[in-house]
Design a protein around this ligand. Structure first.
Ligand code: C5P
Length: 151
């Protein structure tokens, strides 16, 4: 939710827009608990509803990506999580938006689909193809699985 592109801080500072490309950065979590990865089914907008994604959202101006990740997981799922490593890569979303992924560890709470989602699933390493991922999330999930599960 929220977040308006602006100009100001430089690259590496983690502001909303990426000054390398001018794209707004959307951060998403490869959220792990007990060896399983959380997948979230979108409830809106209509063209994305029913497809599965790694939970996350837009980085706000001046916000560090890891902080945005923690905020989004708190808002969308009601959990506290600790960001870990960045999953190498960057995946295009709609024009002007790019997806970056961090691993994250569940610290407390049981995820609930509070906002943007209507169903959640914890996937074991062998189940990663069991849900219909958004096209843009599919390569991100594959890369996260390689890094985190050695898949
Ligand atoms: O949740 P929020 O509206 O901030 O997400 C920004 C955009 O990024 C949305 O269009 C959303 O569909 C997209 N997104 C995505 N894959 C994710 C997380 C967000 O395509 N894992």
């Amino acid at each position: 939710p929220h977040g308006t592109a602006h100009h100001g801080a430089g690259p590496g500072h983690g502001t909303g827009p990426d000054h390398g490309t001018g794209a707004v950065v959307v951060v998403a979590a490869a959220l792990l608990d007990r060896g399983r990865l959380l997948a979230a089914r979108r409830s809106a907008p209509a063209d994305l509803a029913g497809r599965w994604e790694l939970p996350g959202g837009k980085v706000e101006p001046g916000e560090r990506p890891e902080d945005a990740l923690v905020r989004e997981l708190r808002e969308e799922l009601g959990v506290e999580a600790e960001p870990g490593e960045r999953i190498p890569g960057e995946w295009p979303l709609k024009p002007g938006y790019v997806l970056r992924v961090w691993s994250a560890r569940l610290l407390s709470g049981d995820p609930l689909p509070l906002e943007d989602h209507d169903e959640l699933r914890w996937l074991a390493p062998g189940e990663l193809d069991a849900v219909d991922w958004l096209d843009q999330d599919r390569p991100a999930v594959a890369e996260a699985a390689r890094r985190l599960f050695g898949a």
